[in-house]
Design a protein around this ligand. Structure first.
Ligand SMILES: Nc1nc2c(ncn2[C@@H]2O[C@H](COP(=O)(O)OP(=O)(O)O)[C@@H](O)[C@H]2O)c(=O)[nH]1
Ligand SMILES: [Mg+2]
Length: 191
Protein backbone atom coordinates (compact mmCIF):
# COMPACT_ATOMS: atom_id res chain seq x y z
CA UNK A 1 0.00 0.00 0.00
CA UNK A 2 1.26 3.46 -0.84
CA UNK A 3 2.54 5.36 2.16
CA UNK A 4 3.76 8.82 2.91
CA UNK A 5 6.76 9.31 5.16
CA UNK A 6 6.39 12.73 6.73
CA UNK A 7 9.93 12.80 8.09
CA UNK A 8 11.67 12.16 4.79
CA UNK A 9 8.86 13.78 2.79
CA UNK A 10 8.54 10.78 0.52
CA UNK A 11 5.61 8.93 -0.93
CA UNK A 12 6.26 5.31 -1.87
CA UNK A 13 4.11 3.22 -4.11
CA UNK A 14 4.39 -0.24 -5.60
CA UNK A 15 3.56 -1.15 -9.16
CA UNK A 16 3.66 -4.57 -10.77
CA UNK A 17 4.11 -5.30 -14.47
CA UNK A 18 2.39 -8.48 -15.58
CA UNK A 19 1.75 -10.02 -18.97
CA UNK A 20 2.44 -13.05 -21.11
CA UNK A 21 5.97 -14.33 -21.54
CA UNK A 22 7.69 -12.25 -24.21
CA UNK A 23 5.16 -9.39 -24.17
CA UNK A 24 7.83 -6.85 -23.22
CA UNK A 25 7.90 -6.43 -19.44
CA UNK A 26 11.69 -6.54 -19.27
CA UNK A 27 11.96 -4.23 -22.27
CA UNK A 28 9.70 -1.75 -20.45
CA UNK A 29 11.88 -1.71 -17.35
CA UNK A 30 15.00 -1.23 -19.40
CA UNK A 31 13.40 1.59 -21.33
CA UNK A 32 12.12 3.32 -18.19
CA UNK A 33 15.55 3.07 -16.67
CA UNK A 34 17.23 4.40 -19.78
CA UNK A 35 14.86 7.32 -20.15
CA UNK A 36 14.51 8.33 -16.50
CA UNK A 37 16.39 11.42 -15.47
CA UNK A 38 16.68 10.78 -11.74
CA UNK A 39 18.12 7.35 -11.13
CA UNK A 40 17.77 5.58 -7.83
CA UNK A 41 19.56 2.41 -8.89
CA UNK A 42 22.47 1.60 -11.12
CA UNK A 43 20.26 -0.64 -13.25
CA UNK A 44 17.11 -2.74 -12.94
CA UNK A 45 17.73 -5.51 -10.42
CA UNK A 46 17.10 -8.99 -11.71
CA UNK A 47 16.06 -11.89 -9.53
CA UNK A 48 16.77 -14.90 -11.65
CA UNK A 49 14.06 -17.50 -11.46
CA UNK A 50 15.13 -19.23 -14.59
CA UNK A 51 17.18 -17.29 -17.13
CA UNK A 52 14.30 -16.88 -19.51
CA UNK A 53 11.79 -15.58 -16.96
CA UNK A 54 13.38 -13.21 -14.49
CA UNK A 55 11.68 -11.17 -11.82
CA UNK A 56 12.91 -7.60 -11.85
CA UNK A 57 12.86 -4.55 -9.66
CA UNK A 58 13.46 -0.90 -10.49
CA UNK A 59 13.07 1.96 -8.03
CA UNK A 60 12.10 5.16 -9.78
CA UNK A 61 11.74 8.74 -8.77
CA UNK A 62 8.75 10.29 -10.48
CA UNK A 63 9.02 13.79 -9.12
CA UNK A 64 7.36 16.02 -6.58
CA UNK A 65 3.79 16.08 -5.37
CA UNK A 66 3.44 19.28 -3.37
CA UNK A 67 6.38 18.98 -0.97
CA UNK A 68 6.64 15.20 -1.23
CA UNK A 69 9.10 13.27 -3.36
CA UNK A 70 7.23 10.43 -5.09
CA UNK A 71 9.06 7.13 -5.47
CA UNK A 72 7.77 4.18 -7.34
CA UNK A 73 8.88 0.61 -6.72
CA UNK A 74 8.40 -1.20 -10.00
CA UNK A 75 8.43 -4.98 -10.22
CA UNK A 76 7.95 -7.43 -13.06
CA UNK A 77 6.42 -10.84 -12.50
CA UNK A 78 7.17 -13.56 -15.04
CA UNK A 79 4.21 -15.48 -16.34
CA UNK A 80 4.40 -19.22 -15.54
CA UNK A 81 6.74 -18.72 -12.62
CA UNK A 82 7.70 -21.81 -10.72
CA UNK A 83 7.67 -19.87 -7.46
CA UNK A 84 4.11 -19.24 -6.35
CA UNK A 85 5.25 -18.08 -2.90
CA UNK A 86 7.46 -15.48 -4.49
CA UNK A 87 4.48 -14.29 -6.48
CA UNK A 88 2.51 -13.96 -3.28
CA UNK A 89 5.18 -11.74 -1.76
CA UNK A 90 5.30 -9.57 -4.88
CA UNK A 91 1.56 -9.20 -4.87
CA UNK A 92 1.46 -7.85 -1.31
CA UNK A 93 0.67 -4.20 -0.96
CA UNK A 94 0.26 -3.36 -4.61
CA UNK A 95 -0.88 0.11 -5.57
CA UNK A 96 -1.17 -0.45 -9.26
CA UNK A 97 -0.91 -2.93 -12.06
CA UNK A 98 0.41 -2.51 -15.60
CA UNK A 99 -0.59 -5.23 -17.98
CA UNK A 100 1.74 -5.49 -20.97
CA UNK A 101 0.20 -7.07 -24.05
CA UNK A 102 1.98 -8.14 -27.21
CA UNK A 103 0.09 -6.62 -30.16
CA UNK A 104 1.14 -9.42 -32.53
CA UNK A 105 -1.72 -11.55 -33.80
CA UNK A 106 -0.07 -14.81 -32.76
CA UNK A 107 0.09 -13.64 -29.14
CA UNK A 108 -3.57 -12.75 -28.76
CA UNK A 109 -4.72 -15.88 -26.98
CA UNK A 110 -1.70 -15.81 -24.67
CA UNK A 111 -2.49 -12.21 -23.78
CA UNK A 112 -6.09 -13.06 -23.01
CA UNK A 113 -4.99 -15.97 -20.83
CA UNK A 114 -2.36 -13.90 -19.03
CA UNK A 115 -4.83 -11.11 -18.33
CA UNK A 116 -7.30 -13.55 -16.88
CA UNK A 117 -4.50 -15.18 -14.86
CA UNK A 118 -3.52 -11.76 -13.48
CA UNK A 119 -7.08 -11.18 -12.39
CA UNK A 120 -7.24 -14.59 -10.70
CA UNK A 121 -3.95 -14.09 -8.84
CA UNK A 122 -4.95 -10.68 -7.54
CA UNK A 123 -8.40 -11.81 -6.56
CA UNK A 124 -6.90 -14.78 -4.69
CA UNK A 125 -4.69 -12.33 -2.83
CA UNK A 126 -7.76 -10.44 -1.70
CA UNK A 127 -7.75 -7.49 -4.09
CA UNK A 128 -10.90 -6.02 -5.46
CA UNK A 129 -9.58 -6.27 -8.99
CA UNK A 130 -11.89 -3.69 -10.49
CA UNK A 131 -10.92 -1.11 -7.84
CA UNK A 132 -7.14 -1.48 -8.31
CA UNK A 133 -5.51 1.18 -10.51
CA UNK A 134 -4.71 -0.58 -13.78
CA UNK A 135 -3.23 0.44 -17.12
CA UNK A 136 -3.06 -1.73 -20.21
CA UNK A 137 -0.14 -1.29 -22.54
CA UNK A 138 -0.37 -2.55 -26.12
CA UNK A 139 3.28 -3.15 -26.81
CA UNK A 140 5.05 -4.14 -30.03
CA UNK A 141 2.96 -1.79 -32.17
CA UNK A 142 5.82 -1.98 -34.67
CA UNK A 143 5.40 -5.65 -35.59
CA UNK A 144 3.95 -6.47 -38.99
CA UNK A 145 1.17 -8.60 -37.57
CA UNK A 146 0.05 -6.01 -35.01
CA UNK A 147 -3.69 -6.26 -34.37
CA UNK A 148 -5.52 -2.97 -35.03
CA UNK A 149 -5.94 -0.97 -31.85
CA UNK A 150 -9.73 -1.09 -31.80
CA UNK A 151 -9.75 -4.88 -32.00
CA UNK A 152 -7.20 -5.20 -29.22
CA UNK A 153 -9.31 -2.91 -27.11
CA UNK A 154 -12.37 -5.07 -27.70
CA UNK A 155 -10.47 -8.18 -26.66
CA UNK A 156 -8.45 -6.89 -23.74
CA UNK A 157 -10.09 -3.71 -22.57
CA UNK A 158 -13.87 -3.99 -22.70
CA UNK A 159 -14.19 -1.78 -19.62
CA UNK A 160 -12.25 1.10 -21.12
CA UNK A 161 -9.32 1.19 -18.70
CA UNK A 162 -6.61 3.71 -19.45
CA UNK A 163 -4.38 2.29 -22.13
CA UNK A 164 -1.23 3.14 -24.02
CA UNK A 165 0.32 2.05 -27.31
CA UNK A 166 4.01 1.25 -27.05
CA UNK A 167 7.15 0.05 -28.73
CA UNK A 168 9.22 -0.61 -25.65
CA UNK A 169 12.38 -1.40 -27.57
CA UNK A 170 12.19 2.08 -29.12
CA UNK A 171 11.23 3.78 -25.84
CA UNK A 172 7.79 4.68 -27.18
CA UNK A 173 4.97 4.69 -24.67
CA UNK A 174 7.00 3.36 -21.75
CA UNK A 175 7.23 6.54 -19.73
CA UNK A 176 3.67 7.44 -20.68
CA UNK A 177 2.56 4.14 -19.14
CA UNK A 178 4.32 4.97 -15.89
CA UNK A 179 2.82 8.44 -15.87
CA UNK A 180 -0.67 7.02 -16.32
CA UNK A 181 -0.40 4.47 -13.56
CA UNK A 182 1.19 7.04 -11.25
CA UNK A 183 -1.65 9.44 -11.97
CA UNK A 184 -4.25 6.82 -11.09
CA UNK A 185 -2.42 5.85 -7.90
CA UNK A 186 -2.01 9.42 -6.71
CA UNK A 187 -5.69 10.12 -7.46
CA UNK A 188 -6.55 7.11 -5.38
CA UNK A 189 -4.34 8.30 -2.52
CA UNK A 190 -5.92 11.72 -2.69
CA UNK A 191 -9.37 10.25 -1.96
N1 LIG B 1 9.58 -5.52 -32.21
C1 LIG B 1 9.49 -5.36 -30.88
N2 LIG B 1 10.08 -6.24 -30.06
C2 LIG B 1 9.95 -6.05 -28.73
C3 LIG B 1 9.23 -4.97 -28.19
N3 LIG B 1 9.27 -5.06 -26.84
C4 LIG B 1 9.99 -6.15 -26.54
N4 LIG B 1 10.41 -6.76 -27.69
C5 LIG B 1 11.22 -7.99 -27.81
O1 LIG B 1 10.43 -9.10 -27.44
C6 LIG B 1 11.21 -10.06 -26.72
C7 LIG B 1 10.61 -10.31 -25.34
O2 LIG B 1 10.66 -9.11 -24.57
P1 LIG B 1 10.84 -9.12 -23.00
O3 LIG B 1 10.88 -7.73 -22.55
O4 LIG B 1 11.95 -10.00 -22.62
O5 LIG B 1 9.46 -9.82 -22.57
P2 LIG B 1 8.98 -10.28 -21.10
O6 LIG B 1 9.01 -11.79 -21.12
O7 LIG B 1 7.57 -9.78 -20.99
O8 LIG B 1 9.91 -9.69 -20.11
C8 LIG B 1 12.62 -9.48 -26.65
O9 LIG B 1 13.38 -10.04 -27.71
C9 LIG B 1 12.42 -8.00 -26.87
O10 LIG B 1 13.53 -7.37 -27.46
C10 LIG B 1 8.61 -4.04 -29.10
O11 LIG B 1 7.94 -3.07 -28.72
N5 LIG B 1 8.77 -4.30 -30.42
MG1 LIG C 1 11.08 -10.54 -18.72
Amino acid sequence: MAYANFETREIHCKVLYMGAHGAGKTANLRSIYKRSTIRLAREPVTFVDDQASPYEFLPLSIGQLRDFHVKMHIYTMPENSLYPTFNMVLLRGLDGLVFVADSGLAALQENIDAWSHAKDLLTQEGYNFSALPRVIQYNKRDVETAIPLELLRQELNPHGLQDVEAVATQHLGTLETIQKIAGLILDEMGK
